[in-house]
Write a protein that binds this ligand. Sequence first.
Ligand SMILES: Nc1nc2c(ncn2[C@@H]2O[C@H](COP(=O)(O)OP(=O)(O)O)[C@@H](O)[C@H]2O)c(=O)[nH]1
Ligand SMILES: [Mg+2]
Length: 384
Amino acid sequence: MPRIRPEDSLLTVVVLGARGSGKTVYLAALFERLRIQRPDVGFRADCPRPQHDLLHRRYRQISDPTAEWPEATATDTIQQFQFDCRTANSTPALTMRYLDYSGELLEPAWSPVDAASETLLQLEKDIGQASALLVLLDGDMIGRWMRGDDAGIEYVDDILPGLLDYAHRGTGPVHFVITKWDLLCPSDTDDNNRLAEVRDHLMQLTNFRDLIAASQNQQVVRLIPVSAVGPEFLHVDRSGVQRKRTDPRKRIEPVRVEVPLAAVLPDVTAQLLAALTAEEQRRLRRARNLAGLSAAGRKLPLDRIINTMIRAVARRRGRAGFDIPPYLVDVILDQLDRRAEQSGRSDGRRESLEHLVTRLRQVVADLEDRMPASVLSQVGPHHG
Ligand SMILES: Nc1nc2c(ncn2[C@@H]2O[C@H](COP(=O)(O)OP(=O)(O)O)[C@@H](O)[C@H]2O)c(=O)[nH]1
Ligand SMILES: [Mg+2]
């Protein structure tokens, strides 16, 4: 069987969020959760050195009670972060590339000249090809909106529509992340009940409701509440400004920041599978069985053939037109068969990928168990 090449194992996530919604802080907290293996995450990720240093430095700045928050990202820059994921010390099995666009791009005051800017055109292109979209909704603003506060209403009226327009253009899974969950959900409140309230409020917005309706059975859409700092680290002072706590016992503790990343691969494969007809699934299985049985078959670039077919299907269906890295084909077919590979191949990277996929699915299953309100749109069970 052809080896998985590192350059194939790439999923791209476009991160969208208005200025101040918590993107920079979120990405730093995400890397903090992933940079070492943690029992409650079950997988980890490395980052190329310069990005590693940048994210780590930012996180230390965030977690230092005496330091300022990180500076805002400048307009017109696209930052790229690459997370090489694996379980424990196995071979890196999956690379997730995050594209972080400056939040100012999403603000409505842009002139027609600006609308044709190269960065905006690149953004549209990236969204069209992205494996998944990560749309950050500012939890502070959503909370204010729910309380009838002017700043929150302004956010929902002026900023949210632009975000939803972009979300609408994605063909892969869409993960709406509610940032700053520590502000929205006090520790004595049930997370799922609170999330259901947020969801119900969002569903009152026509554009949001229509996006969810259009996604049913086509795209996976989730609503995932996260906090980069956890319930204890900040407090809001009398003038309404949030301050870091100086009490050293109040620890910073990111909550669920890794969940959106974990959901990308399971959601991409689920979405793709749902787009295949029963006949196409049969043909795929047959092609793989042939590859597994005959020594000659192994020499054929069968995964490429299969992948070409999957892409054709995806393109035909329109709503799933993202690129599928060839090595993912096996993962998809395993899901189709609902059983693990039994060929006894000992390719380290493949084995590592299987372990990783098991962990990722577990993280997603945990989220759905604990927070049923997080599921906005699912793809139907495929027909065997
Ligand atoms: N309470 C709380 N505040 C946050 C959190 N993440 C970010 N913030 C606040 O939001 C501000 C903007 O975050 P930043 O990541 O710079 O936003 P960006 O413009 O989207 O990159 C920060 O300075 C923090 O004050 C969080 O998880 N909880
Ligand atoms: Mg930023």
